[in-house]
Design a protein around this ligand. Structure first.
Ligand SMILES: Nc1nc2c(c(=O)[nH]1)N[C@H]1C(S)=C(S)[C@@H](COP(=O)(O)OP(=O)(O)OC[C@H]3O[C@@H](n4cnc5c(=O)[nH]c(N)nc54)[C@H](O)[C@@H]3O)O[C@H]1N2
Ligand SMILES: Nc1nc2c(c(=O)[nH]1)N[C@H]1C(S)=C(S)[C@@H](COP(=O)(O)OP(=O)(O)OC[C@H]3O[C@@H](n4cnc5c(=O)[nH]c(N)nc54)[C@H](O)[C@@H]3O)O[C@H]1N2
Ligand code: SF4
Ligand SMILES: [Mo]
Length: 741
């Protein structure tokens, strides 16, 4: 090492959200000097958001665990890695031996998909656990997209991505990319990309119960009553299929079910939908005609239409809409990526599973698995309900289900009742405080990065490898190493020989994620295997191009990339069609009943400086006005006697919270909004900064029993709540008489 540290320059992809922004990071020895956007990144071209600089804060955070810990009566106690791994494996094994393999449950959270090492090695650990009680953040998020892709296109990861850079009309439902930076639409600098649609004479329309940051820059914003989107989408289809006429183009040769969908849409007139959605019938007709007439158009729907009672149906219908307007697999429409590490069409060993459905059911509520996982909405009851097959031990990894899944207080209670719990996580937070042992991995800056997942969901094909900035301390493990060590111990304890074709521990350890990555890149569509020597991609060739490589805009790829049996698009898959009965009974042709006074529909929201539940410990991200407020429409506020800053009690079937009120016409009358990811004031949480900005958890109100009937995904939108004003006197808080208005 040179005695005088010359500042070093690193280029890297930010892995905090889906946008994959290129970063330019200056370091001096072990210190980060600056984090900026990398102007030479071919995809993000210098764009970053305020969270990027938090990579440094996360790395330096004094609250971050640097070694494994064990919970004892007198507090957390440091453990050696060997003891921590041995004890974890022994206790998991003991529970399974005594109560069966399903007695261990496992939950993996969102940062897993931002971590290629974890992604590549987690399956080996899951296999060693041999449990059917697998859960993840998928079922509080994008499960409906997977379901629709699986049933319509044959592969859960063959997800249509809006071709935002070439479209002339973008219809956005339930997404706020100006806050989230885009989701299932990796598009760094999304504001500029939306503006560019307008600059080329196109139009952006946002459909959302809240006039969001994205709605503000759109050409048109339509308020929609929460959780009524499926009905509205049917009414658009009604107009397109009965009044305008379908235009499938070349897709007609390999698409089944158009006549069926046309027939199904007959009953859903814009007039019938209007009574429930609040969107006037003539507006619906106009939007449908504009969609059909645009040179190219795309309908895109995200979390707001996935995490609702008709999430699966919404994602189905969005695909149908893009097909029947001739915008599927076409420039400016909904397209598919061809990533360098191809999880959909790559060689078999590198490919991800197509998906599966209903191979087993959850014990208590009987909800079906999807692709090997059960919906996390059943996790609490699977732990708390007595009987054979009960979950008695849990592994959580890179997840915070107490704050991020419905009925968080029940999850608290469930985790507190476990015989054993281990969390793989750098923090002692709302979830991991229940663990008996916490295994903290290295930080984002101490590991290499490759976007396995978000290259699959990007609006352009690009590829980049980011080497680690810092060498991790000797006594530390990567997520993937923790998985591998636990797998090895479990296999050894069980004493069964490896299954045929299964790579042994030593081989996996020697390979590590980087070598697996190299194999995947070489075997992929731009890989060395297929291209002339030295021209194709490998890990080494990527390392030589630190800003990343542009692989070009998305290209039409159907029917070749379809994974359905006959390589045909299924417009009317039976399970989705059957779900229509539920829609009909939820939204009968008659006008909806009036809402009871004081009853509201709760929706969530995101802010650009939040990242789900886990970055409120970064001072610069939580500074400024408190953000965990309850948005209430002025007319509702007046009726309830609520003023800006007052405290309100929000009550749902499962719980209640007190939150400061923000009176704003951003939300529709009858709708209130709280952000998710807050609620850090639980005993034992060791997050100093977050604790001072604790807020309340919206998921103490959301309901584990309210789900999308077809996918089992949590339905966060349109939770029924009551609002009661509070008057504070000293430290005491008591209900205030509502003023009659
Ligand atoms: N009401 C409501 N609830 C929601 C949502 C909503 O819109 N409304 N959104 C949902 C969505 S889309 C999602 S994806 C989920 C997220 O749900 P989760 O994934 O359960 O929660 P996160 O808040 O992302 O928690 C991430 C955890 O990973 C840890 N962590 C961070 N980096 C690493 C790492 O590199 N390795 C390891 N091992 N751990 C790490 C953090 O400390 C934290 O404990 O929340 C969902 N919950
Ligand atoms: N800053 C920041 N960025 C993030 C995250 C974060 O927590 N913070 N989380 C990341 C994750 S894990 C994900 S999955 C993505 C999510 O990315 P997005 O899908 O863009 O997420 P949101 O910003 O929550 O936008 C959802 C929108 O749906 C609206 N909505 C709610 N209910 C309904 C409804 O019934 N119908 C309609 N039409 N709209 C409705 C809400 O008002 C909100 O504007 O963001 C990612 N990026
Ligand atoms: S938008 Fe996402 S990827 Fe880009 S800098 Fe912000 S957090 Fe990182
Ligand atoms: Mo998410």
């Amino acid at each position: 090492m040179s005695p005088s540290h010359a500042p070093q320059l690193h280029f890297r992809t930010c892995n905090l959200c889906e946008a994959m922004c290129g970063l330019r990071i200056e370091t001096d020895g072990s210190k980060v000097l600056s984090i900026r956007g990398d102007d030479e990144d071919p995809f993000s071209q210098g764009h970053i958001c305020p969270k990027a600089v938090a990579l440094q804060d996360l790395h330096e955070d004094p609250d971050r665990l640097r070694h494994p810990v064990r919970r004892t009566a007198s507090g957390w106690e440091r453990m050696s890695w060997k003891d921590a791994l041995d004890e974890t494996a022994n206790r998991l094994h003991a529970v399974q031996k005594a109560h069966g393999k399903d007695a261990v449950g496992v939950y993996s959270g969102n940062p897993t998909v931002h971590n290629h090492g974890a992604m590549l090695l987690l399956p080996f650990f899951l296999k060693a656990l041999r449990t059917r009680n697998k859960f993840s953040a998928t079922s509080v998020d994008q499960l409906p997209h997977h379901l629709a892709s699986y049933l319509m296109l044959g592969h859960q990861l063959l997800i249509p991505i809006p071709d935002i850079d070439r479209t002339h009309f973008m219809l956005i439902l339930g997404a706020n990319p100006l806050a989230s930076n885009g989701s299932l639409m990796t598009a760094p600098g999304v504001r500029g990309r939306l503006k560019a649609i307008q600059q080329r004479g196109g139009k952006v329309v946002v459909v959302d119960p809240r006039k969001t940051e994205t709605a503000r820059i759109a050409d048109e914003h339509l308020f929609i009553r929460p959780s009524t989107d499926a009905l509205w989408l049917w009414s658009l289809l009604h107009v397109l299929l009965h009044e305008v006429g379908a235009r499938l183009g070349r897709l007609a040769d390999f698409t089944d079910g158009l006549a069926h969908v046309r027939e199904l849409s007959r009953e859903f007139t814009p007039e019938r939908a209007a009574a429930h959605t609040g969107i006037p019938a003539d507006t619906t007709r106009r939007i449908a005609r504009e969609l059909a007439a645009a040179p190219s158009a795309v309908c895109y729907g995200r979390v707001g239409v996935s995490t609702q009672a008709f999430g699966g149906m919404c994602q189905w219908l969005i695909n149908v809409l893009n097909v029947v307007t001739g915008n599927f697999d076409r420039e400016g429409g909904a397209m598919f990526t061809r990533p360098a590490f191809d999880l959909v069409g790559g060689p078999k060993a590198m490919r991800s599973s197509r998906g599966s459905m209903g191979r087993w059911k959850s014990r208590v509520r009987g909800l079906p698995e999807f692709s090997g996982e059960l919906p996390v909405s059943v996790l609490g009851e699977e732990i708390l309900t007595e009987g054979e097959g009960r979950i008695r031990a849990m592994v959580t990894s890179a997840g915070n289900p107490v704050v991020s899944t419905p009925n968080g207080r029940q999850m608290d209670q469930a985790f507190a009742s476990l015989d054993f719990m281990v969390s793989i996580d750098p923090y002692i937070n709302e979830t991991t405080r229940h663990a008996h042992i916490i295994l903290p991995p290295v930080t984002q800056l101490e590991r290499g990065h490759f976007d396995l997942i978000f290259n699959t969901f990007a609006v352009r094909d690009t590829v980049k490898y980011s080497p680690p900035l810092f060498t991790p301390p000797a006594d530390s493990l990567h997520d993937w190493e923790i998985f591998l060590e636990l797998k090895h111990r479990l296999d050894t304890l069980r004493g069964e020989p490896l299954a045929r074709g299964e790579l042994p521990y030593r081989a996996l350890k020697a390979l590590g994620p980087e070598r697996l990555l190299d194999v995947g890149l070489r075997a992929g569509p731009y890989g060395m295997r297929l291209r002339p020597f030295r021209q194709g991609l490998s890990l080494a060739s990527l390392k030589a191009q630190p800003h990343g490589v542009d692989l070009g805009p998305l290209k039409p790829c159907l029917p070749g990339r379809l994974a359905t049996r006959e390589r045909r698009i299924q417009l009317a898959p039976e399970p989705l069609v059957e779900d229509l009965q539920r829609l009909r009974s939820t939204f009968p042709p008659a006008d909806p009943a009036a809402r009871a006074d004081g009853e509201f529909q709760l929706i969530g929201r995101r802010h650009v400086r939040d990242n789900n539940s886990w970055m409120h410990n970064v001072p610069k991200l939580v500074s400024g006005k408190p953000r965990c407020t309850l948005m209430v429409h002025p007319a509702d506020a007046q009726r309830l006697g609520l003023r800006e800053g007052d405290s309100a009690r929000v009550t749902s079937r499962v719980g209640e919270v007190l939150a400061p009120v923000n009176v704003t016409d951003e939300v529709m009358p009858g709708v209130v909004s709280l952000p998710h990811g807050y609620g850090h004031a639980r005993s034992g949480v060791q997050l100093q900064v977050a604790g001072a900005h604790a807020g309340v958890s919206i998921n103490d109100l959301t309901d584990d029993q309210v789900i999308d009937g077809i996918s089992g995904n949590a339905a966060f939108s349109a939770i029924q709540v009551r609002i009661q004003p509070l008057e504070s006197s000293g430290s005491e808080v008591r209900p205030k008489q509502p003023s009659i208005g």
